[in-house]
Design a protein around this ligand. Sequence first.
Ligand code: PLP
Length: 373
Amino acid sequence: MDVYIDYNATAILRPEVITAMQNTFQLFGNSSSVHRAGRKAKSAIEEARERIASVVEVSPAEIIFTSGGTESNNLALSNRDIPVFISATEHDSINAVREDSKIINVDVNGIINLEHLEELLSSADRLSMVSVMLANNETGVLQPIQQVVNIARRFGAIIHCDAVQGLGKIPFTFSELGVDMLSISAHKIGGPKGVGALIVKEGIDLPPLLLGGGQERNRRAGTENVTGICGFGVAASLVQSTLKQASNLESMRNKIEFEVKEKIPEVTVYGHGVARLPNTSCIGLPDMSNESQIMALDLAGVYVSAGSACSSGKITPSHVLKAMGFNDNAASSAIRVSLGWQTTENDCNTFISVWTDMVKRIFNSNDLCRSVA
Ligand code: PLP
């Protein structure tokens, strides 16, 4: 049986979501059309909007549907007239948007240096923006968003938070975080891929990225993805039940970390000891390329990711681990295990035995090579 423990890449679709999406295929109308078919599609979208709004406790009008976390992040940073400060461990959909972004340093756990943030903000001569993620996708490490907000508010800055990895894994509401904009994505919570939202506090001015249509109150042009949005709404309404699983996921995650460390003491668990997502573990073993680890695990039917970005099938050293002060070797040898709603104890045991056997085999063959050389 395959073991899927790569939920930070994407969560397994919830069956309730599949059913809800199947039901929307009859909603053929364009939600902008005024006839009944259009109104039906529109009302399905508005129902989903309300479901999502109630999970993060915002007004439905503050939700802009997008094509996912990437677009939400791009949209949040779309005002090119204001300076932007981002943390050194942000997702590439934040890193790549503005080549003039100033980087806030992080410590060895990837937590932002609040004094550096303050320094950067005091050097800005006009309204600026701060974008800091809630939880890191590779390590699961949480950022002190409320403290970021306290500092940024003193300078009157606009605050965006990429909460794509936080939703459904840790409890929060929009007002608890205190930010002005928040990105979320459906496929990380058991919903479909290709749909997400940017939540924008009333009164925040945001230039649209996509032009040519009045949808989403003129903030995101294009005919809405009714099926995706409805799936997102249902996935959002299941967030509370996922959150109830958090302590179970955390104990399974802790067991993995404990056992792999016991069997292979050279292992490093990044972010261990600071506040982290309960489902995520970033495990490193220097000199052991994450690409080969992932391939060997894949052959055994165990699916994990590298603790780093993977584009066009090529894994590059993790910019997150490098920002935390680790070298290229460490940044190329970490894997990320991320558990989710369908993970069982058995899955964790399979991962532990397959991974530790693989590492021992490689260690032994390296020893053999050394003795032959
Ligand atoms: N932000 C973070 C922290 C992520 O982990 C991801 C996806 O991995 C994204 C943004 C992008 O989201 P999407 O895949 O919906 O475009």
